[in-house]
Design a protein around this ligand. Structure first.
Ligand SMILES: O=C(O)CCC(=O)C(=O)O
Ligand SMILES: [Fe+2]
Length: 297
């Protein structure tokens, strides 16, 4: 099975050994440094909220040491195998610290489940996830997914219920079909090496692998109270897509969102990146786009 076929069938692939062990130590130290710095800056306010434990595009592109390693040849080559040579990298980057999202969700949910176009085989908006730690029994650190959950259910792609009585963007019948299908498919924890990267489809159901909440205290629904630095969960996520009209539709949808994190990705373009990042982007022929740069065709 090719990587492309594997992605189509399971909704994700693992890019093995994208990083070397030595790089992981270095990256984790840089993550700790970045969040310590952020905490110091915010010291007059209440710090360490969920938002304090996240860095998004505008802050991250100012930290080339953190972001440049993501444009790594191994990762680029495998994404090209799945999405083609001219795949798009959206100007969407996030780094989180001590966030263990307990809720099953898909990242592209707001674009719709019963919106027929998201089930077109060419709708390929996905995220790259890099988790530079082992999955620990107590402190967790990686990702749980339901393989195959990005595909349409046995009801197909048409919504059998009229728009008016849909719950949100999903008909009740579709929702039920998804629940049954997901139960049958079953969830798994992807226990990958800290050196690996995962590419997962925007409609794949996932959540953070869960810490043992009987052994650690939970703060704000997402974090562990005072995790030791060496067990602290960091997570890089960035967004890529096959370069086609669906990417344009998606970018258009995202560019209309009001949340700051999406506004950042709408406003950012290649020229905003650090010179060292730009040079890596150029030498690898990476196609970076802010959401607003992809106009509808
Ligand atoms: O911790 C994870 O891996 C999941 C986080 C997540 O799903 C998200 O940020 O969208
Ligand atoms: Fe997610």
């Amino acid at each position: 099975m090719t990587k492309k076929e594997e992605f189509k069938r399971k909704g994700y692939i693992v890019i093995k050994n994208a990083f070397k062990k030595e790089e992981i130590t270095n990256i984790r130290n840089l993550c700790l440094e970045a969040f310590n710095e952020k905490e110091l800056k915010g010291s007059s306010k209440q710090t360490n909220s969920v938002r304090d434990r996240q860095l998004f595009t505008k802050e991250l592109i100012k930290k080339p040491k953190l972001i440049n390693p993501l444009f790594n040849k191994k990762i680029i080559d495998e994404v090209r195998e799945v999405f083609g040579d001219d795949y798009i990298t959206f100007a969407y980057f996030s780094l989180s610290n001590n966030l263990h999202s307990p809720i099953w969700h898909t990242d592209r949910q707001s674009f719709g489940y019963s919106n027929k176009i998201v089930y077109d085989p060419s709708f390929n908006v996905a995220k790259l996830g890099f988790y530079p730690q082992e999955d620990d029994k107590t402190f967790a650190g990686q990702l749980d997914v339901i393989p195959g959950s990005h595909l349409p259910t046995f009801l197909g792609v048409k919504s059998p219920i009229s728009t008016k009585i849909r719950r949100g963007k999903v008909s009740i019948l579709q929702l039920l079909a998804m629940r049954i299908r997901n139960k049958l498919l079953g969830k798994i924890s992807i226990k990958i090496s800290p050196c690996d990267v995962i590419l997962f489809h925007g409609l794949l159901l996932h959540r953070s692998s869960q810490p043992d909440w009987n052994k650690v205290n939970q703060i704000d629904g997402y974090g562990i109270e005072s995790p030791p630095d060496e067990k602290r969960k960091f997570m890089f996520q960035w967004e890529v897509a096959e370069n086609n009209e669906f990417a344009n539709l998606y970018a258009n949808h995202q560019s209309q969102k009001q949340e700051d994190i999406y506004k950042e990705s709408t406003e950012t373009s290649l020229e905003d990146f650090h010179d060292s990042t730009k040079s890596i982007i150029h030498s690898n022929n990476i196609n970076i786009k802010g959401y607003s740069e992809l106009k509808l065709i």
